[in-house]
Write a protein that binds this ligand. Structure first.
Ligand code: OGA
Ligand code: MN
Length: 199
């Protein structure tokens, strides 16, 4: 029983999103950043859509990404995937989402980059249920911009991408990343329910 994680699951059940500051400690952020920085030259320009829909459109999003796989880096497995799996279990228990898979990538928004208002589910595939973002930006200032705006039915939620903050929201909710004037680092991904997957 982990009360912080259970509280997050309760929020997702009742309102469909949650922002949890200091979900990762300063030390954990440092560990994740060290892997991020070690691999920075492998990052590629991100695209939009899936398979045939996939395009790269600089006017819509301009971040660079690197997909993360379990089993390739010990730090990522221990600090990140372990916590994410605990979270998935709690979400399944409270929200009956049938989560059985996930995908995550590092994302880097360089100064002048953004991701316009969009949803994270594809026209051809609704496996993504929950979007999760963890920010890795120490000393982030309001003037750096780069806020995430989540357009819920009642109001717009604005989140500053500060180190250690975890954001969760239903992947059907529209959101955007405002233009950033500093380097903006995160791990972004999706908790999925893939049909026919035996676990
Ligand atoms: C995304 C996204 C939000 C963020 O990568 O799909 O919406 O705050 N990211 O980085
Ligand atoms: Mn998104």
């Amino acid at each position: 029983m982990n009360s912080k994680i259970d509280a997050l699951a309760e929020s997702i059940y009742s309102k469909g999103f949650e922002v949890s500051e200091a979900f990762f400690s300063g030390q954990e952020v440092d560990a994740l950043l060290s892997v991020f920085q070690k691999n920075e030259d492998l990052f590629k320009e991100a695209g939009i859509g899936k398979n045939k829909e996939y395009t790269r459109i600089k006017d819509i999003r301009s971040d660079k990404i690197l997909w993360l796989n379990k089993g390739t880096d010990e730090i990522i497995d221990e600090v990140f995937f372990y916590r994410i799996e605990t979270l998935s279990v709690a979400l399944n228990r409270r929200c009956f989402l049938g989560l059985n898979s996930s995908e995550f990538h590092f994302a880097k928004y360089e100064p002048g980059t953004f991701y316009k208002r969009h949803k994270d589910i594809f026209n051809s595939d609704d496996a993504r249920k929950i979007s999760a973002i963890i920010y890795l930006n120490k000393n982030w200032k309001e003037s750096d911009g780069g806020e995430l705006v989540i357009y819920t039915e009642e109001k717009n939620i604005t989140v500053e991408p500060k180190a250690g903050t975890l954001v969760l929201f239903e992947s059907s909710i529209e959101h955007e990343v405002r233009i950033s004037t500093a380097n903006r680092y995160s791990i972004t991904g999706w908790l999925k329910s893939v049909k026919g997957l035996v676990t």
